[in-house]
Design a protein around this ligand. Structure first.
Ligand code: 3MF
Ligand code: MG
Ligand code: MG
Length: 402
């Protein structure tokens, strides 16, 4: 078996630490870093050196990046791809010299204004074709760096108004695109897992990959449910009106739980605040679902979290990650204790035990029709009062284990 810590598989993300400058919709850069703006390859490499130094200090086993995080965009697609490959060479050296492994690579198909009307769902076929080139390049670089997964977050895959949107056509485009991505993965022999990251409400008014259930319906429709899993993010679950553990349990029950983006949105936030996790009982409930599902195989815990914009000191990056890793380790320990204790699992089994009684098996035999079951229910004279199903509010039980 795996040891408990094998299920942590922490990753530091590139974008919140080395790309985001502290801006929000009302104000610009608050951080000063020697590589801002990283508009030359020289600065991009300086940034990479700082990033790998931070990975070393933290002793973190994985990292994750978008193409656009690590190289300045070129004047043409070909130049952008050349630069990405040059940065990948730079990474490969550092990875071989004891640096972290790649949890996942991904393409940024949301920041540039070319994607303002969508990436694969854009009404303009040239943008769809552009995306094909970007994802091919990025997936091949991820393969070269032995990435364990490849992520697609459809940041601009949604609409602002139905009055000028052909929703049916856009979903078809998205399905065609994802099918081609899967086909290309097999063509090049990339062994990593493809993951979709669901998110509702932002940046477009309506996001197509709203939540786990929506993504599963989409995958089923295009026959991709055995090819693609999900990267579930805490903040995105909250924005969708769920809890993190709900999204994890649902993904696990559908067989599509791949990896997690760990952060913390509290219940007041109307947007994705990407705070570092700080609540051990909440994290424990999430890892309880992960452990019940058997833990991670290709996936891990990527910190999709950023400093607050008043936090100007680069050392805060280290402190924030150290604190987050501590919170997650404690959460995982509590989750493992909940599982080992066995009382919760036992209580859960007991709630459904009625299905195993001879009476229930006879009444509900496989193949029985609604009329068969109704006839038997009436003949048995079932009690109209509830006879089971009472339960206490259980979430607080986690406090016994933290
Ligand atoms: C947005 C996100 C994204 C994704 C990233 C990789 C910029 O809310 O969570 O971060 O994690 O694009 O899919
Ligand atoms: Mg994320
Ligand atoms: Mg997010």
């Amino acid at each position: 078996g795996k040891r408990m810590e094998d299920h942590l598989r922490f990753a530091v993300c590139y974008w919140h630490n080395f790309v985001w400058e502290g801006n929000d919709p009302f104000g610009g850069r608050t951080f000063e870093r020697p590589w801002f703006p990283a508009d030359t390859m020289e600065l991009a490499k300086l940034k990479a050196d700082a990033a790998f130094e931070m990975f070393r200090i933290l002793g973190v086993p994985f990292f994750a990046f978008h193409d656009h995080d690590v190289r300045p965009e070129g004047a043409s697609l070909a130049e952008s791809h050349r630069r990405l490959n040059e940065m990948a060479d730079h990474f490969a050296q550092k990875m071989e010299a004891g640096g972290p492994k790649l949890l996942w690579g991904t393409a940024n198909m949301f920041s540039n204004r070319r994607y303002m009307a969508g990436a694969a769902t854009n009404p303009d076929p040239d943008v769809f074709a552009y995306c094909a080139s970007v994802v091919r390049s990025c997936m091949e670089v991820t393969q070269r760096l032995d990435g364990a997964n490849y992520v697609l977050w459809g940041g601009r895959e949604g609409y602002e108004t139905l009055l000028n949107t052909d929703l049916g056509q856009e979903l078809e485009q998205m399905g065609r695109f994802l099918s081609m991505v899967v086909e290309h993965k097999h063509k090049i022999g990339f062994k990593g897992q493809i993951l979709i990251e669901p998110k509702p409400q932002e940046p477009t008014k309506h996001q197509y990959d709203y939540d786990v259930a929506t993504v599963y319906g989409f995958l089923k429709r295009f026959g991709l449910e055995d090819e693609v899993k999900v990267n579930v993010e805490q903040g995105h679950a909250i924005l969708a009106g769920h809890s993190f553990e709900h999204e994890l349990a649902l993904a696990a029950s559908l067989g599509i739980l791949g990896s997690i983006d760990m952060n913390r949105n509290d219940y007041q936030s109307g947007w994705d605040t990407d705070q570092f996790p700080n609540n051990v009982p909440e994290v424990a409930l999430a890892y309880y679902e992960v452990l019940k599902a058997g833990g991670f195989t290709t996936g891990g815990t990527n910190f999709d979290a950023k400093l607050r914009r008043q936090s100007l000191d680069a050392e805060d990056l280290i402190a924030a990650h150290a604190g987050a890793m501590d919170v997650c380790a404690r959460g995982l320990k509590a989750a493992a204790a909940m599982l080992e204790d066995g009382r919760l699992e036992e209580a859960r089994r007991a709630r459904y035990a009625g299905w195993q009684t001879p009476e229930a098996r006879a009444m509900l035999a496989p193949g029985a029709t609604l009329a068969d079951i109704a006839d038997r229910a009436e003949a048995a004279g079932l009690d109209p009062q509830p006879v089971s199903g009472r339960q206490e509010k259980l979430e607080n039980i986690v406090n016994r284990y933290v």
